[in-house]
Design a protein around this ligand. Structure first.
Ligand code: ARG
Length: 574
């Protein structure tokens, strides 16, 4: 059991014995050393309910508490209980953590979890808008895998909509003119722009484009061949971006909208069979009571348009049906922009109404806000276009290269380039992950690349400092023996923080708040820095030196593992 759950269970039992029910108090790490390592809050609320004085209840709880791991318990303020954990106990927990490749994380029940993330539209180059879903979803995939779950990455790329009409019509036009398509496609961005400007300026072209969508969706062979050529090119582009961003998605994780094409008529027939379909102006709609417009009339969710085409919602219903009934997933998490809230709520409601989705299956939308410029406007280029993700990666790397060169000019260029890639990409992803998922945030190069504060460079740098203790002294952390001896208060604090790694991971996946892991790593690095300032390591006497080296090596492991779970790499020097 992790430390927090262990203490909670002991308190819960003591509360019960004190006659106020088994509800445990909230255990928090005490912010101030003189207040002990952990603190139980919530006595006041419980006392109020039971009509007792908080301090009296606190005394009773302490009297009943079976927590031999605590060497001292004290009641502070109006009724907090400060828990000082015994050094011996912390040391034995750290020894098990040291020996465990999972750093003390106890694997629980394994569930089958589908993660729907990234999902760019293939008719456009990946842009900044994809950064949030891609990095948060990928961190979730890494953390859930570490926790022992069966993770199915589902990259629900958009490859089937109306935009493909102009792209195909344009490809056809170039092909007829005898141009080599692979050359034309090598600059995808130029290609998209030319196709869409033709669509706007040339009526005959636009008409042809509309025909191409219908031909594509009904299986016309020439259309399919052109389309496949285009998709391959676009997927290559996405893969390059994923690689540059250290994202674990591969081609095999793509389950595109088009892959559900054959299921669409089946879905509509099944919904009809369940009596869920109403025709409205020639379109097939589902009206559900819980979705009403301003006029209180139920809102239609269109599953087949009057021209027989299928909208975005239809392929999502087919995907849900596949995930819930074929894959039989225990859960599916959709990392999708907050603006698609209505779409996804309708999707889940239709899934339940159709009987695809059971109540035991946890299908959830995990929304996120938008990325803003400093002036509070959406992050766009000067001419109002979306900022391309590939450009974000190169700018991050260039900026990091300048910083690294300034900090460490003695390193050779190839090394500085490598460090710059890790630091630059890490900074961008960390800026994303360390924010509350649900709020908007401002994209600011200087803050995210700072070596001070809650940033990737700060954590990566802290890691290199610890590693340099070992490289300078020629000690291999693998060879460390002896045990942890906690002499100074700061050492006990660092010990408790290290032991909280496991419970932090539990809290992160409750609602996919990666920022909880970021905050944890930031606090850990801060405690380590204070420890390192206050306590001599290499110059200490042998058993203390061994103990401090153990603390240092565990901190380095937690930092690099923690960053890795966020999809952020570390380097040995910077
Ligand atoms: N391709 C969509 C877009 O760019 C996002 C897809 C999200 N996933 C889903 N199952 N709807 O907006």
């Amino acid at each position: 059991m992790n430390l927090k759950s262990h203490i909670e269970a002991a308190f819960s039992a003591a509360f019960e014995l004190a006659g106020v029910g088994a509800q445990p108090p909230v255990i928090k790490q005490s912010q101030r050393p003189e207040f002990g390592h952990d603190q139980a809050n919530g006595i006041m609320g419980a006392a109020k309910k039971a009509g007792l004085k908080p301090r009296e209840l606190a005394e009773q709880v302490v009297g009943h508490l079976q927590l031999p791991e605590a060497e001292k318990l004290e009641i502070a303020g109006p009724g907090f209980i400060n828990i000082h954990l015994a050094g011996e106990f912390l040391a034995s927990r750290l020894a098990s953590m040291q020996a465990d490749p999972k750093l003390g994380y106890e694997t629980g029940l394994s569930r089958k979890i589908v993660l729907d993330y990234s999902a760019p539209n293939l008719a456009k180059e990946m842009h900044i808008g994809h950064l949030r879903s891609t990095s948060i979803g990928d961190a979730a995939a890494r953390i859930l895998t570490f926790q022992g779950h069966e993770v199915i990455r589902a990259n629900h790329v958009g490859d089937w909509g109306a935009q493909f009409g102009s792209l195909l019509a344009y490809m056809d036009q170039l092909d007829q003119a005898g141009e080599t398509l692979s050359t034309a496609l090598s600059d995808l961005e130029k290609f998209y722009m030319q196709a869409s400007s033709l669509f706007k300026s040339d009526e005959a072209f636009a008409a042809k484009a509309r025909q191409y969508v219908v031909r594509l969706q009904s299986g016309d062979e020439r259309c399919r061949t052109l389309w496949q050529q285009f998709i391959t090119e676009s997927v290559n582009h996405c893969q390059a971006v994923y690689e540059a961003l250290n994202i674990t998605l591969t081609r095999d994780d793509i389950k595109a909208e088009s892959s559900y094409n054959d299921d669409l008529p089946v879905v509509v027939a099944e919904l009809t069979g369940k009596g869920l379909i109403t025709e409205s102006d020639g379109a097939k709609c589902v009206f559900l009571d819980e979705f009403r417009g301003k006029d209180d009339k139920p809102l239609p969710a269109i599953v087949q348009k009057s021209d027989q085409g299928y909208p975005y919602l239809a392929s999502d219903i087919a995907a849900l049906r596949y995930r819930a009934t074929n894959l039989k997933a225990d859960a599916a998490y959709y990392f999708v922009d907050a603006r698609q809230k209505l779409h996804l709520s309708q999707l889940f409601a239709i899934g339940r109404a159709a009987g695809y989705l059971q109540t035991s299956q946890d299908f959830r939308h995990l929304p996120f806000g938008v990325i803003l410029k400093e002036d509070g406007k959406p992050f766009k280029t000067r001419d109002g276009a979306d900022v391309k993700l590939a450009d974000v990666v190169s700018e991050a790397t260039e900026r990091a290269f300048a910083l690294v060169s300034e900090k460490n000019p003695a390193l050779d260029e190839a090394q500085r380039r490598d460090i710059a890639r890790v630091v630059g990409v890490g900074a961008v992803k960390y800026a994303e992950l360390s924010k509350n998922r649900t709020t908007d945030y401002v994209f600011d190069w200087d803050t995210m690349l700072a070596f001070e504060g809650n940033t990737a460079p700060y954590l990566q740098y802290a890691y290199t400092r610890i590693r340099s203790i070992f490289s300078r002294s020629g000690i291999d952390p693998e060879d460390l023996t002896g045990k942890v001896i906690l002499q100074e208060e700061i050492e006990s604090q660092l010990a408790v923080k290290l032991l909280q790694f496991s419970e932090t991971l539990v809290s992160v996946t409750e609602d996919f708040q990666a920022n909880l892991l970021c905050n944890y790593l930031f606090e850990l690095a801060g405690l380590f820095m204070s420890f390192y300032e206050q306590c001599p390591v290499l110059k200490a006497e042998p058993d203390i030196r061994a103990s401090r080296l153990l603390l240092a090596s565990l901190t380095a492991r937690v930092l690099s593992n923690g960053l890795d779970l966020l999809g952020i790499e570390t380097v040995e020097q910077m």
